[in-house]
Structures are given as structure tokens and as C-alpha cells.
Design a protein around this ligand. Structure first.
Ligand code: FUC
Length: 777
């Protein structure tokens, strides 16, 4: 394809891979300034999937490429997976548990792993994979000239746009995924009457999927992932304004129109993890019945309002930067040379945008890729890996005022508490429930893949941390009673049975398990103990709050005190293992033994200075290298160590080295956890509330001398707006939702006040409370 260029542009930028024969070149005028600080924008269409722009409504997700003369919107529905309802536990595995423990106690790790590999693993050994659904393809007649091309994603409206001139005609494209109407919507317009002409089709990568015209006006694509597996169906409806619309065998053709609105519905036969008997065609029909006839304006209004209700709760201003005038992909390239705090603010809000777009009540939780995936064989099956990744996805949820987005995670925990009970019985002969390091749509909980890393027992316990966090931030006692406590209690009961006494030390230890993904199968990894201590403390606190299970609460308190404590080793490090055997040269991406520092809170600079120093030493040994999520974790950890400059260094390194042009996190490959970990890390730099007080600007880097943030949340039910100048706090406004006592700290300054529910109070930079009289002055 060849395009003539008009060289009237101020800036001429070519597609990065422009050397290729087929490369298109686009000119763009300098005056096409970005629409605002919340916009990602580009001067060329996406060539790769990780350049396309994501839209999503928590269930449906689309990747918009913005091509000319062909648009590809690759889309997903979050319940389309391989496999079918299945129980993964290995019946009878528990009889081998004593032998595995004995071999480990004798130092025979290889033999223990071999025995466990044979007798102790999930059936089958691997879980199932998240699947792509289909592509919506739009094809236009090839234009002679293309100019003024621009592709963007506005995080505030959650609309992806494409605009350009084709042979002098202004063409516009808007794409969004509506949560209220449950459809993907595309709007096409031109500024020349009757000039819109295109063909629309649906293609699926699944074998045997077919598309056909039904009812004379809709295109239906249907298929099945595998013979006994999930069925799926998508529908496309096109409404033209002016001109004509006609259908062919498997496409819809629009000619001579002024504008057109395309609406896509998609569904599968998934009802829940043990029932896949739904009728996807009927589901699409139902969706189309309500959404299909709505005007574009009505669809857009409902979508934008629903999105902004969540998105606008938090604002972050880190100042204007010169680089902000450049396209997003160009900004990424200069982030290490040119200070660009505004890009950090954009990245922060992008994480919030992605959570709103991939995790909404009633849907599945955000998986390894959120809900965006184009591959039939995605990396790590795009499952829920729970030895860091799934939890990281939800780190920003509570602090960045998106508490509502946790609902799918809590539904998944409730499922796993049921399937995990069978695994607890079959593998350990223990009460309660257990989840190892992965789960899938079928809620597998048994140890998968290999015995050297699959047998890791605290996945469910870590997820339970989020249930308690939800209560901490919202004070929602009903949630705690109905959803939180039942899962916490059953998870705790598992460990009451599971922990064993270490003969050498007398401590209670966890095992067989591992320190995620290194060191092989062991007894007593530090991370397990930190997580189990947290689980026991939270379960006991919840029982006391709810006035139930007093005996159990007392038992958990007593057991908790006997669990192997954090230990400081010979290099001054926080020991990763029961034994003092850490290798200071180990730069593994997992920093598991730092769990107690973040996301846990048993290690704090003021509360446990020695352990804190040891954690810092361990983090220094691990170094700043790492994959996307590993760097994101380190942003949070350095923030908890109150070192804003180091946290900022990790953020810049993640942006420079682990971020795709569309700002997706690069493990590599794409994994969304790093995006979410980055967002929570920025929140931790500005506000912390885990240590019984709310600390303002605890890790403000020199690179952000002035700014403001609004709407961040703190434990205890507070919402805060904070402003600073010259690196110093200038003002803070606090809204108390629950009427809890408020303790604010900024450096060494501390103030304590009692609040009323619904009350707002303001403090100056010295933490002096402002009165109404102050306000009037
Ligand atoms: C864990 C990590 C890998 C990857 C995978 C999805 O196993 O160790 O780096 O993130 O999850």
C-alpha cells in the first residue's frame, strides 16, 4: 500500500518500523497538541498488539489498532477459557505428606521433590488458558492520501479515538466498551456528507467458528473452544445515518453514509465454575434488545457517566512537563533523560483506568493480562497466578478509591474456599481451604506445574489479606460478616492443622512449601510465616469485632506467637529461609521475604527498626534489576522504607525498561500486574496508613517538588486531598466517612483529632487544624 504525502506538516514522523516496504507514513501537524494530561496519543496506527489501545467494561475488552484502510479491534470476554468444569485435587495425596516432610527434614530435597512430583500434584498437572474471542474488522476503500493522523485514549472518558484526513475528508472513529450497556461501541463519522463507505466483519481465531447474517441485519459469530468446552457467540449490529446498509454472507456493508454506529455483544455459556449450560445466543439477544436500539449519544452518555463515577474520585497533579507535548511512545523513550513527572501521573491514572476496565462486579477478576489477550496460547495461560501477580493487580484498589472493583476478586476467593477445601482434605488431611500458586476459571487449587515451585501453600491466605484490607478501608461490617470472615476463618483453620513444630527451634513452621519460585521445596520459608501471622491476626481481630468464635480467636493469638519470627542473618539481611543461607548475590525477581514490609505491615521503620534495616539490606542485595512486576513491587517497598528517591528511581526504570508503547507493563511479555503495582507504589509514596496513623507524603521524591492529589483513601475510612510545594506539605483536607479517631503524621509532626462520620477537616502544612475563621481570612 502506498500513500502520497503532503509535506506541509511541522513534524513528520514515520512509523518506527518504517523501513519495511509496506510501512505507511503519516504526517502530523505540530498544532495537534495533546488533548490533556489524561490522554495517551500517537501519530501512527498500532502495528503490534502492545501498541493498540485497551478499552474494557470489566467483562468485555477490546484492543483498538487504529489502522487505515483497515481497523482491527481484537476483543475478549472474560469467561472464554479452554477446559471444562473439573476438580484438580489428587485424591490420596495426603498419605505422602509425612514422607515428604521427613525427607526435607533429612536434607534430602531432591528426593522430596521427586516423591511430591509423583504423588502430590494436581490432576492434570497444568491448569487451563484464557482465550481470545474474536476480531472486529472494518475495511475502507484505500485512500490516496492520509494526513493529520492521530490515535488516542482519553482515560477520563474511557474512549479510544482515531482521526485523520483521507483524501481531504476528515474521518473520525470512537471506540468504547460500555459497562451499563455491556457492549463494545464503535462510531464512525466523516465531515463530507454521504462519504462513509466500509465493510464490517467478525473473525475468530477458534477453529470451526462461523459467522453469518441473521434476521437480515445482524452478524452472528458462533463457536466452541473445544468439544466439551465453552460455547461462545458475538453479535454485530450496524446503524447507518444516511446512505445504505446491506449484508453479504458474513459481512455488513455500509455505503454513502454520513455516520454509522456499530454495536457488538458477546457472551459464552459459562454460568459458574461448575456449570457451563448458558445459551450465549440468548444472552447476546438480550443484550442487543436493550443496547442495540439506543442512540450513539445515549450509549456514550451512560458509558462516560458510569466510568467517571469511579475514575474521577482521584486526581493527581505532579506539575506540567515540557515532554507532555510529545506523543506517549516518544515520551517513554526520553523518560530517563528528561524529567517527566506528568508521565508518572498519567501512568498512575492509567493503572486506575485499567482496573476499572478489567474488574467490575459480576465479572472475573483481572487476570495476568487484565482481560486483554490475543493469543490462543497466552504466556502462563493468562491465569490468576497468586504468588504475587493477582494480588498486585488489586494493590491499588483500596488506596486509589476503587474499592468497588474488588468484587470479582472476592467472588473468586469464595469459589476457591469451596474447591480449596477439597484440596486441603485430599493433599493434607487438614480442615479449611488452601490455594497453591495458581487458579483458573475452573477454580483449581491443587499444586500445579512442578513440585519445586507449585507446592506453595499460602496463595489463599494472601488473598484473604485483601478481605481484611477491604474492611480496614471501608469499615463495612456486613461485608466482613458475610464474605470476609467466613473465608478468613476457613483459611486460618487450614494452618491450625498444617503448621508443624520445628524440632531444632521449637517454632511452628510451614512446609512443605517454597519461597516463591526459587530454592525449591523447603520447610519454613519466611514469606509463609509472615502471611500466616497476618492471617491469624486478621481472623482473630475479625472474630473479636463480630463477637464470634472467642475460643478460636484466642487459639489463633496463641499459635501466632509460636510461629518462626523474622530473623536477621549474617549479612545483616532479613532471612528468606529458616536457615541463614541467603546468597547476597542473588538478584531474583521475587522479593518474597519482604512481604512483611509490603504488602504486609509487620515490619515498619518506626515499629521494628532492626527488621526494617535488615529488609532494606536484603532489598539492596537483590538490586534494582527485575521484571516489570518486580520493579513495581520495589516502588512500594522503597516507599514503605520512606525512601522516595529510590522509589522514584524504580518507577523511572519501570517506565524506561518495562513499558510498552501503549503503557502496558512488560514483564516481558505483557503482564498487567506491573501497571497496578506502579499505581499502588505512587499512592504509597504520597500516603500510607498501615501503622495506626496516616502518614502524609512519606516518600516524596525530589523529582516531584510540587503537586497535589485528591481523593486518596486511608485505612479507618478517610479520604484525603494533599498539596505540597518545594517538597513540603502545604495543606491537607480529610473527609471522615466513619467517624474514627484521626492521627495524621508528616515527618515528625503529628496531630490527633476525633472526627464525626461525614465530617471534613483541613490542616495547614504544620498540621494545624484550620477553622472556619481561617477559611474566611
Ligand atoms: C510468577 C513469576 C513469573 C511470572 C508468572 C506469571 O510465576 O515468577 O515471573 O510473573 O508468575
Amino acid at each position: 500500500m502506498k500513500h502520497k504525502l503532503r509535506l506541509c506538516a511541522w513534524v513528520l514522523c514515520s512509523v518506527a518500523a518504517a523501513a519495511g516496504e509496506n510501512a505507511m507514513r503519516f504526517e502530523a501537524k505540530g498544532e495537534m497538541a495533546p488533548q490533556g494530561p489524561l490522554t495517551l496519543w500517537y501519530r501512527q496506527p498500532a502495528r503490534e498488539w502492545c501498541e493498540a489501545l485497551p478499552v474494557g467494561n470489566g467483562r468485555l475488552g477490546g484492543m483498538v489498532f487504529g489502522g487505515i484502510p483497515e481497523e482491527r479491534i481484537q476483543f475478549n470476554e472474560d469467561t472464554l477459557w479452554t477446559g471444562a468444569p473439573h476438580e484438580y485435587q489428587h485424591e490420596g495425596a495426603a498419605q505422602y505428606l509425612p514422607a515428604i516432610r521427613k525427607l526435607l527434614a533429612e536434607g534430602k530435597q531432591r528426593e522430596a521433590q521427586t516423591l511430591a512430583g509423583k504423588e502430590f500434584m494436581s490432576v492434570p498437572l497444568h491448569q487451563k488458558a484464557y482465550q481470545p474471542f474474536a476480531d472486529l474488522r472494518l475495511i475502507w476503500p484505500e485512500p490516496g492520501t492520509v494526513s493529520d493522523y492521530r490515535r488516542s485514549l482519553d482515560l477520563d472518558t474511557a474512549v479510544a479515538s482515531v482521526s485523520y484526513k483521507a483524501d481531504g475528508i476528515q474521518c473520525e472513529r470512537q471506540v468504547f466498551c460500555s459497562q451499563p450497556d455491556q457492549v463494545l461501541v464503535v462510531r464512525l463519522t466523516t465531515d463530507k456528507p454521504h462519504s462513509l463507505k466500509f465493510t464490517a466483519a467478525l473473525n475468530s481465531p477458534h477453529k470451526g467458528a462461523q459467522s453469518k447474517v441473521i434476521g437480515g441485519e445482524q452478524l452472528a459469530l458462533s463457536g466452541q473452544v473445544q468439544e466439551d468446552g465453552l460455547k461462545f457467540e458475538a453479535r454485530l449490529r450496524v446503524t447507518n445515518e444516511g446512505g445504505k446498509v446491506r449484508t453479504s454472507d458474513n459481512s455488513i456493508v455500509v455505503e454513502g453514509a454520513d455516520a454509522a454506529t456499530l454495536v457488538v455483544a458477546a457472551a459464552t455459556s459459562f454460568k459458574n465454575y461448575h456449570d457451563i449450560s448458558a445459551d450465549p445466543a440468548a444472552r447476546c439477544e438480550e443484550t442487543m434488545k436493550t443496547a442495540g436500539d439506543k442512540s450513539y449519544g445515549a450509549l456514550l452518555k451512560a458509558h462516560t457517566e458510569a466510568h467517571q463515577k469511579l475514575f474521577r474520585r482521584v486526581g493527581l497533579d505532579l506539575g506540567k512537563t515540557a515532554a507532555a507535548d510529545k506523543p506517549t511512545d516518544q515520551r517513554l523513550k526520553t523518560v530517563t533523560q528528561e524529567p517527566d513527572p506528568q508521565l508518572a501521573a498519567l501512568y498512575f491514572q492509567y493503572g486506575r483506568y485499567l482496573l476499572i476496565s478489567s474488574s467490575r462486579a459480576g465479572g472475573q477478576p483481572a487476570n495476568l493480562q487484565g482481560l486483554w489477550n490475543e493469543s490462543l496460547n497466552p504466556p502462563w495461560d493468562s491465569k490468576w497466578t497468586v504468588n504475587i501477580n493477582t494480588e498486585m493487580n488489586y494493590w491499588p484498589a483500596e488506596p486509589t478509591n476503587l474499592s468497588d472493583c474488588t468484587a470479582p476478586l472476592f467472588d473468586m476467593i469464595a469459589d476457591c474456599a469451596l474447591t480449596g477445601r477439597k484440596t486441603a482434605q485430599a493433599h493434607y488431611a487438614c480442615k479449611g481451604w488452601v490455594l497453591h500458586h495458581n487458579t483458573d476459571l475452573w477454580r483449581g487449587t491443587a499444586p500445579i506445574n512442578a513440585s519445586d515451585h507449585g507446592i506453595w501453600v499460602v496463595g489463599g491466605a494472601w488473598l484473604c489479606h485483601h478481605l481484611w484490607e477491604h474492611y480496614q478501608f471501608t469499615g463495612d461490617k456486613e461485608f466482613l460478616a458475610q464474605h470476609g470472615y467466613p473465608a478468613l476463618k476457613e483459611a486460618a483453620l487450614f494452618f491450625v492443622d498444617f503448621l508443624v513444630k520445628d524440632e531444632k527451634t521449637g517454632w511452628l513452621i510451614s512446609g512443605p512449601s517454597n519461597s516463591p519460585e526459587q530454592g525449591g521445596l523447603v520447610m519454613g520459608p519466611t514469606m509463609d510465616h509472615q502471611i500466616i501471622r497476618d492471617l491469624f491476626a486478621n481472623t482473630s481481630a475479625a472474630a473479636k469485632l463480630l463477637g464470634v468464635d472467642a475460643e478460636l480467636a484466642a487459639k489463633l493469638d496463641a499459635l501466632r506467637a509460636q510461629i518462626a519470627p523474622n530473623q536477621i542473618g549474617k549479612h545483616g539481611q532479613l532471612q528468606e529461609w529458616l536457615e541463614d543461607k541467603d546468597d547476597p548475590k542473588n538478584q531474583h525477581r521475587h522479593v518474597s521475604h519482604m512481604w512483611g514490609l509490603y504488602p504486609g505491615w509487620e515490619i515498619t521503620p518506626r515499629g521494628t527498626p532492626k527488621e526494617c534495616q535488615a529488609a532494606k539490606q536484603s532489598l539492596l542485595f537483590r538490586g534494582d534489576v527485575g521484571t516489570g512486576w518486580s520493579k513495581a513491587w520495589k516502588i512500594n517497598l522503597w516507599a514503605r522504607l520512606l525512601d522516595g528517591d529510590h522509589a522514584h528511581k524504580m518507577l523511572v526504570e519501570a517506565l524506561a525498561g518495562n513499558t510498552y508503547p501503549n503503557l502496558f507493563d512488560a514483564h516481558p511479555p505483557f503482564q498487567i500486574d506491573g501497571n497496578f503495582g506502579g499505581t499502588s507504589g505512587i499512592a504509597e509514596m504520597l500516603l500510607q496508613s498501615h501503622a495506626g496513623e496516616i502518614e502524609l507524603l512519606p516518600a516524596l521524591p525530589q523529582a516531584w517538588p510540587q503537586g497535589s492529589v485528591t481523593g486518596l483513601c486511608a485505612r479507618g475510612g478517610f479520604e484525603l486531598d494533599i498539596s505540597w510545594k518545594d517538597g513540603t506539605l502545604t495543606e491537607v483536607a480529610v473527609r471522615s466517612k466513619l467517624g474514627n479517631p484521626l492521627k495524621l503524621r508528616c515527618g515528625e509532626k503529628v496531630v490527633e483529632v476525633q472526627t464525626q462520620a461525614g465530617q471534613a477537616c483541613r490542616f495547614d502544612g504544620e498540621l494545624k487544624q484550620r477553622t472556619n475563621a481561617d477559611e474566611r481570612r
